[in-house]
Design a protein around this ligand. Sequence first.
Ligand code: NAD
Length: 242
Amino acid sequence: MDIVPLQPADYQSIVFFTGAGMSAESGIPTYRGKGGIWTKYHWEQVACEEAFRRDPEQVLTFHRERRLGVAACRPNSGHHIIAALEQQHPRVTVVTQNIDGLHGLAGSARVIELHGSLWRLRCPRDGQRLEIKPGSDYPDRCECGAWLRPDIVWFGDNLDQDVINLAMESLAECDLFVSVGTSGTVWPAAGLPQIARRNGAYSLEINPEANENSRLYDRAYRAPATQVLPRLFPSVTGPVRA
Ligand code: NAD
């Protein structure tokens, strides 16, 4: 596959828009497709507000298991390249649908988590938030007595408007938009490539498989993220680890 290397300095503002495929090579399953989480579980039972009201313990157990799975995974070389690029370029933003925290763990500082984080809990009653760390224990209930839910966007939940606004600001200024590992099926995140295109950004897709949104990109690379990113940004040096 021919990959045309990019010079980051040619762009004023770079946005990486990432999905589950970004973390697939770290060992975290995607939602859809072969081995996907929704081939094993029904989201109606473990990932929506109604399920949480009906059976909070079952929902919390599912998320505890997901945290254990994610805690065993490390950022891959794709995460590290993106983080290293941020060290070298004044404006690099990650807008991610992932809830695994791997971009932050790789060292990316400007990360907009559209769908929240597995590593944060929220009290549905008093709105308190609690950051949690891999490996450390955390309560199931808030001090007020209510069950603490993961601070993530479940099926049927709205996205946080402040988070959407931040993502829109980054899209408004971006002139290079690189999408990595998203199927483009989850809205409103799936609308971001269209917005980037409308704003005139040069846009690239990195995904072994095409999808409905693929036509929106100027160029597509049909290969895994860790094969494309190092060749797309060969000038990036720094803490790039395999
Ligand atoms: P998705 O599961 O719908 O699609 C994953 C995409 O990644 C597919 O198009 C697949 O072809 C592609 N892919 C697989 N391996 C890849 C690789 N090595 N390199 C590049 N691309 C690869 O995921 P989505 O589009 O992110 O949307 C689903 C929702 O799932 C999001 O809301 C997200 O919050 C959530 N999710 C998050 C995680 C995580 O945090 N790691 C994992 C699963 C799902």
